[in-house]
Design a protein. Structure first.
Length: 334
């Protein structure tokens, strides 16, 4: 329950208190004046008190919280695939780690494509579906924030085939939903460091309507810190460097039928997102993560109206000029 007072609560409470005191004083004066107790008089006092309380409650504008909102949603299923191998923590993105750029870009994409469903896959030594398609962007950002650098002593190297199965599974699940468009954003530096041969991504193109492969890193390379925040060294005890492999990333983008873009600080994602937006449309949907508030004052209005009608009838009952005209009251004899 939430209150949205029409007038400040202290003012409303003060007016209610003054009104109740006035009603009580008038009733007490009538008792002293008539020196007799009448049930009608007490009922009239109770009606006035109840009416004043109802007016005060209505002025508070009580609202009911709802987590079930009918809204217009995008028909996009946007899937983020994030390379979280140790090379993605190399320090050659705006003076910081590449993963910082990934998080910034994902937050920007979600801001520019509101109302879509979002999914998240991360992969290092193995692939993990961190979040199936959801409209809860806050949760997805929180999950992405928990992704940590892998252990440098246990890491098996980068294999770009690792997320293929999970990626295909989520794309197939999206294709089974009516009127959905699947969009993929793939975040990686393109390095393959475990000696594997990259498998083709061509089979995924059928399910993908748009998106991009986004490449992070530089040709000069960046140093990587391990889980103890010291630097990673190669087999010759030299500081290890991770360099972007754009050839792999460009081939992957071509196979999936989407664009490739090298990410640099300040570079715009606008043109890509504009093309994605042009493929989307808004559809009716329901979101349980959106909090809305519904007025409840109308619950009290019929009671207030009934009390006022009762009071009106009582007033008419006591008017000599209309007594004989009331259909429910017998005319008094002369």
């Amino acid at each position: 329950m939430k209150l949205q007072p029409l007038i400040p609560v202290p003012v409303g409470a003060a007016l209610l208190a003054v009104s109740l005191l006035a009603a009580g004083a008038i009733y007490a004066r009538e008792l002293v004046k008539t020196k007799s107790f009448e049930v009608r008089g007490l009922l009239r006092l109770l009606r006035v008190v109840a009416a004043l309380v109802l007016v005060f409650v209505i002025s508070l504008r009580p609202m009911r919280e709802s987590h079930d909102a009918d809204v217009k949603l995008s028909n996009l299923d946007i899937l983020f695939v994030v390379d979280s191998t140790i090379s993605m923590w190399a320090e050659d993105y705006d003076g910081g780690e590449r993963m910082n750029g990934v998080r910034e870009d994902i937050a920007y994409i979600m801001m520019m494509l509101p109302g879509a469903n979002y999914g998240l896959i991360t992969f290092a030594d193995h692939s993990e579906v961190q979040s199936p398609f959801t409209q809860d962007t806050d949760t997805l950002k929180a999950v992405l924030g928990t992704v940590s650098r892998p252990g440098s002593y246990t890491a098996k190297g980068t294999n770009l085939n690792t997320p293929l199965h999970d990626l295909e599974s989520l794309l197939i699940s999206s294709s089974k939903k009516e009127n959905r468009q699947a969009v993929v954003f793939y975040f990686s530096d393109g390095e393959i460091t475990d000696g594997s041969e990259r498998e083709t991504y061509e089979n995924l193109a059928y399910y993908i309507s748009g998106g991009a492969v986004l490449g992070y890193g530089t040709e000069e390379g960046g140093k990587m810190r391990d889980e103890y925040y010291g630097y990673v060294y190669d087999s010759h005890f030299n500081t290890g460097l991770s360099k972007i492999d754009e050839e792999n990333l460009q081939e992957m983008a071509q196979e999936m039928g989407i664009e490739y873009l090298h990410r640099e600080p300040g570079a715009s994602l606008g043109p890509i997102l504009t093309r994605v937006q042009s493929q989307s449309r808004m559809v009716a949907g329901n979101r349980k993560d959106i909090v809305t508030y519904q007025d409840t004052y109308y619950y009290y209005v019929p009671w207030l109206a009934g009390l006022l009608l009762w009071e009106l009838i009582e007033v008419l009952w006591d008017l000599p000029g209309v007594r004989g005209r009331l259909p429910f009251r017998k005319k008094e004899r002369a």
